[in-house]
Design a protein around this ligand. Sequence first.
Ligand SMILES: Cc1cc2nc3c(=O)[nH]c(=O)nc-3n(C[C@H](O)[C@H](O)[C@H](O)COP(=O)(O)O)c2cc1C
Ligand code: SF4
Ligand code: SF4
Length: 298
Amino acid sequence: MEINTINIAIDTNKCTVCASCMHVCPNGIYAVHDKKIAINPLRTHLCIACGQCMAVCKSKAVQQSKLDYDTDFEELSPDSASGTFDNLIKTRRSVRSFKNIPVPEELLLEILNTVSYAPISFPPHKTEICIVQNYELLAKASGEMMKFYEKMPKLLANPIIRQIIKHKLTNRQFMVLQNHVMPIVTTKINNKTGENEDFILRNAPVLLLFHANTKAELIETDLHIALTYAMLGAHAAGLGTCVIDLVAPPVNKSPELKQLFKIPTENEVFSALIVGYPKVHYFRTIKRNFAFNFIGNT
Ligand SMILES: Cc1cc2nc3c(=O)[nH]c(=O)nc-3n(C[C@H](O)[C@H](O)[C@H](O)COP(=O)(O)O)c2cc1C
Ligand code: SF4
Ligand code: SF4
């Protein structure tokens, strides 16, 4: 058993080196070296305890100290009633690793047509969806987005620019930038790990950009409901998706990217989904609890 300082471990007696954990980890913590799975100690601090590595490991060889196979996961049986809402919800995962096959355009249009039945605050729909399926364009856009984030550590180190950025973002947006985005970017730059990794679009074959006129009332809520419907619709059709909120800031900031995606100047991208056929199979779902406040009659 190899144990590192933040308590991610692989039981080498159980590991079959299928590499599924490496494919699903959002932060590149696993790699295959000398026909063995290895944990990159320069990246373990990026672990968000998402449980993906444990959900894909058939032999339960991964141990992450914050998660327990018995209490935090539920086995997915292959013969569970696939058409039920319960099964649809439990089998959805954020998918960031895709098979190298295209998604038929008709399938995407069929899913998005169904999404148009989603509730909206005030008809008609103000959400607009840009479907990008061009590999070259996606690679170019992803490169531009990564450059945007890679400039950030220098900008944030300058107290004046830091204040300007802070002023332009909401408190919560700034916290996300500081606590979640910057650690990934600085690790990539300082430790020279994951140089070739596309940590934004994940080499997905399809990108859906959800955009709208910023003056539309309650647009953020409408748009996120539509995006959630799209996520579930795609999953029901055998596709995998992941919300990528890292897309919106660089696109909205760059007239070139907006033009590349044909986003009208008066519109803003609020969120995005990457879509494709999932590369790996999940053997269990991850349980997460809401805080309930139940007020009954007694
Ligand atoms: C609002 C929102 C924004 C997200 N942004 C990103 C992102 O920029 N990059 C990414 O890899 N995952 C992103 N995710 C995916 C989450 O990390 C993921 O949903 C979470 O780890 C739980 O995993 P699960 O969806 O498999 O249950 C986002 C999810 C949501 C709901
Ligand atoms: S998913 Fe499990 S079996 Fe496969 S390489 Fe990772 S630890 Fe080993
Ligand atoms: S819990 Fe998530 S972030 Fe942490 S090592 Fe596993 S897959 Fe990676």
